[in-house]
Ligand binder design. Structure first.
Ligand code: WTA
Length: 634
């Protein structure tokens, strides 16, 4: 209590009953214990909460840092812990997944049923020649078969590479080629806002451009007409009806450090990076973070409203809730379809107790006013969550008051594709400040430092750094270990720190306030996009000689995309061309990457070495000082 008085700013203290219910009631103590001896602490958590086919010889091997190894020598499979082991307990008959499609169809999978489907599909993949270590690309809408496909890959030791269904032809093609996938799993189409996104059509175009795919498996979701290529394409339901679809398929024994999946994400320059996660460390990290931060209990109904195609969905729709034996809700479509209360109606319908979503969704739903949520019984909610970008205090307060009725603490979780799970986050026992992700998860050593690595003074901006390893950390960039070292570990190489690429401040209470990216990554509606990819989509149009893309702050979406194009000879800027180029980007990359405005220019600010200085473009748009121009060429 003495501590509470000293805290600065707008502070929400946890209610005693919330703390009493929580798994972790004393943050300081657990954080101190974990930090004192990471290997001992995580070794104990790992031994007590999971089944290993063989124990590890060494909990943390840092000999070859930054290529850290966790649970070295252990044998495990994440699917054994997410599904197989539950077949022996009462969890078997519990709902694992409650699915609702946008048109209103619903389907519930118990753990037994999910295990059955996953095992069958795993043996289908095996029969089609997919082996341990092979890559399988998955490109689907938000339907249960997406989860089944991911788990089936993991069960046989194949590496899944999920490409978000909002991406389009070129983005999919590039990711298929980079991963050298032999098999693509897709669906005919996906429902969104009452219309169908034609995924199979996009998949066909992408497969035509790429050289590695031998087989395509297609789930029938909408029943629309699609083109199936003889000898290459198979219907999921046909394969699942064959005798090869064996529900007793064994789970592959994996090394703890064997790859579980790759997931592409945008980086500073060039093509997207394939972030690689493993069976052992990722399993421990995702499920422990979910359990402690969202206080998951057997009676909970957990709803992570993200897409399984991004890391939030991988970790907190698919793996962590299943490992914990929790019940999850998954909804296929748009939050506002057919009316702006679809989400609130789902909370009432399924008795959701914990909702985890992104600030952009909250801001979007806030626009429609309080009457929509107020029509529904939201009294089952006990905790709320936020992820993806800083949450503005106004949206935080609305979420807290209108959705949480002032009784649900908001867990603002900061993390990344690379970190596998939460890194800076409150626990239910930690006082909250709207807009701050509060403090490090137990055992995470985080700081805000200046150019030279010295901690900055309170409330000054600096680089966010992570000073020690954690079990859920990425292990490398698939196929490019040098880039892994360069991208994340070179800025503070001497100190051996990980650089997330965000700037932040730390206040008087040690609370972290994440500000935003320091690189050329743009967060649009919480989606992580790289300027380089959007620029190359623009340049792939015959009218465009050169392009530069920046993010411009936007009240609703966090950022919107603004593009600058230098046209080739013979082309002239016009409104019509602007539309054509926007559509071109949507076709190549996906609708989320579509620029909001395109400005036609004669030249772009560049460094003497020819790099585009996006920061100058941005400063100009924002009416800010352009800063140091000494490296500008012209
Ligand atoms: C941003 C998403 C502020 C941040 C899980 C990070 C956040 C990037 C928060 C990673 C948050 C994520 N507050 N910023 N609570 N959560 N970010 O890989 O810039 O899609 O580096 O992972 O999102 O995005 P990614």
């Amino acid at each position: 209590m003495a501590d509470e008085k000293k805290m600065v700013g707008e502070v929400y203290y946890p209610a005693p009953e919330v703390v009493a219910h929580a798994h972790i009631r004393d943050y300081e103590k657990v954080h101190a214990d974990a930090s004192a001896d990471l290997a001992k602490f995580w070794g104990k958590v790992a031994a007590e909460n999971y089944e290993w086919f063989q124990p590890w010889e060494q909990t943390l091997d840092d000999d070859n840092a930054p290529f850290y190894k966790w649970f070295k020598g252990a044998k495990v499979n994440i699917v054994h812990n997410a599904l197989d082991r539950h077949m022996r307990t009462a969890v078997r008959n519990k709902a694992a997944l409650i699915f609702e499609g946008e048109p209103g169809d619903t389907k519930v999978y118990t753990y037994q049923q999910l295990h059955y489907q996953v095992s069958k599909f795993a043996s289908v993949l095996r029969a089609m020649g997919v082996q341990k270590g092979d890559r399988v690309t998955i490109y689907m809408g938000r339907i249960p078969e997406l989860i089944i496909a991911m788990l089936a890959c993991a069960k046989i030791g194949a590496i899944h590479s999920v490409v978000y269904g909002g991406f389009s032809t070129e983005a999919l093609h590039e990711r298929i080629d980079d991963s050298q996938s032999k098999v693509l799993i897709t669906c005919d189409g996906a429902w969104l806002r009452g219309t169908i996104i034609e995924l199979k059509k996009i998949a066909n175009e992408a497969v035509d451009r790429s050289g590695t795919i031998q087989s395509v498996i297609c789930v029938k979701r909408t029943g629309m007409d699609v083109e199936m290529v003889q000898g290459r394409d198979y219907w999921y339901h046909d394969l699942m009806a064959l005798p090869i679809a064996d529900p007793t398929a064994p789970t592959q024994v994996m090394d703890a450090e064997d790859p579980l999946f790759i997931l592409y994400t945008s980086g500073t320059t060039g093509k997207p990076k394939a972030i690689l996660h493993t069976h052992g460390g990722y399993m421990v990290w995702t499920s422990t973070t979910l359990k402690w931060v969202f206080d998951i209990k057997p009676e909970d109904v957990w709803w992570c409203a993200a897409d399984p195609g991004w890391i939030t969905g991988h970790s907190y729709i698919v793996y962590a809730p299943l490992i914990l034996g929790a019940t999850s809700v998954m909804y296929e479509g748009a939050p506002t379809y057919p009316y702006p209360d679809r989400w609130w109606s789902l909370i009432a319908k399924y008795g959701v107790t914990i909702l985890y979503t992104a600030p952009t969704a909250i801001r979007g739903l806030m626009r429609f006013g309080e009457s929509w949520p107020n029509k529904h019984d939201l009294s089952t909610l006990r905790l709320l969550g936020s992820v993806g970008e800083p949450i503005n205090p106004e949206a935080w307060r609305w979420y807290h008051r209108v959705i949480g009725k002032e009784k649900c603490p908001i867990m603002d979780t900061w993390w990344q594709t690379e970190t596998g799970g939460f890194m800076i986050t409150p626990l239910p026992c930690v006082p909250l400040k709207p807009g701050s992700a509060t403090r490090a998860f137990p055992g995470v050593d985080i700081d805000v430092v200046d150019e030279d690595g010295h901690p900055v003074a309170a409330n000054e901006e600096g680089f966010l750094v992570i000073k020690s390893p954690w079990p859920g950390m990425l292990r490398t960039i698939f196929g490019d270990p040098d880039r892994y070292v360069q991208q994340y570990w070179s800025r503070f190489a001497e100190q051996g720190w990980y650089l997330p690429g965000d700037s932040a401040k730390k206040d008087e209470d040690g609370y972290i306030w994440v500000i935003g990216r320091i690189d050329d990554v743009i967060k649009v509606s919480g989606y992580r996009l790289g300027t380089a990819e959007i620029e190359s989509a623009l340049v792939s149009h015959s009218a465009v000689a050169e392009a530069a893309v920046i993010g411009v702050p936007d009240e609703l979406r966090g950022n919107i995309i603004k593009a600058y194009c230098i046209l080739r000879q013979g082309w002239e800027g016009s409104e019509k061309l602007e539309h054509m180029l926007k559509d071109h980007v949507a076709h190549e990359m996906g609708p989320i990457a579509k620029p909001s405005t395109i400005e036609f220019v004669d030249n772009l600010p560049k460094t003497r070495s020819g790099k585009i200085m996006r920061r100058i473009l941005k400063a100009r748009v924002m009416g800010q000082d352009v800063g140091d121009l000494s490296t500008l060429a012209d």
